[in-house]
Design a protein around this ligand. Structure first.
Ligand code: GLN
Length: 174
């Protein structure tokens, strides 16, 4: 599998390492010509969604990426990536509240059920909350009764950081 990791800002190195550890070939998407390469999965890392959104526009990546996602390219999105899909691309029908757990002290780890896997460690870093989801969005995990990861058609998105638990868990799907 070939994974293109958006690498304009944020935790793209961790995301690349995660997919390499799963046996994927990875490359970084930094500019438009990187999209000439073939890839089967787009990984959107955590970071600052406002900065990432601005850079996507400035670098001319927004339109081409949106088109590919609309055409069914599988997407794996973490935190800021989820915010971009919901608020900027408008391709994920959920509403999000940014920095919902506070800014500086808003980072924490909890353990819970992810997609039927109990004991999954979930690290939240200045995470958004998903405050509502459209009817057909599948909820894969929750925290305090709110969805924290979702699946919608070709998109799987997390408010926490699965890529930071590399050695600890071995998700079957991701
Ligand atoms: N707080 C960031 C934002 O609003 C997201 C944090 C993250 O990606 N870990 O974009």
């Amino acid at each position: 599998m070939k994974t293109g990791v958006l690498a304009v800002q944020g935790a793209f190195a961790e995301m690349s390492a995660y997919w390499r550890a799963k046996g994927a070939d990875t490359f970084e998407i930094r500019q438009r010509r990187d999209l000439e390469r073939d890839f089967d999965l787009l990984a959107l890392p955590g970071g600052e969604s406002t900065v990432q959104g601005k850079l996507l526009n400035d670098l001319g990546l927004f339109g081409p990426l949106k088109e590919r996602i609309e055409h069914g390219l599988p997407v794996f999105a973490v935190c800021a990536g989820l915010i971009l899909l919901a608020d900027l691309f408008k391709l994920l029908p959920v509403t999000v509240k940014r920095n919902a757990y506070g800014r500086q002290l808003g980072s924490f780890t909890t353990v819970g059920m992810w997609d039927g896997h109990p004991g999954t460690k979930m690290t939240f870093i200045r995470a958004p909350a998903i405050t509502s989801v459209a009817p057909n969005v599948e909820v894969l995990s929750t925290f305090n009764g709110q969805p924290t990861s979702v699946k919608w058609n070709n998109i799987t998105a997390f408010t926490w950081h699965p890529e930071l638990q590399l050695e600890k868990q071995n998700h079957k799907k991701y």
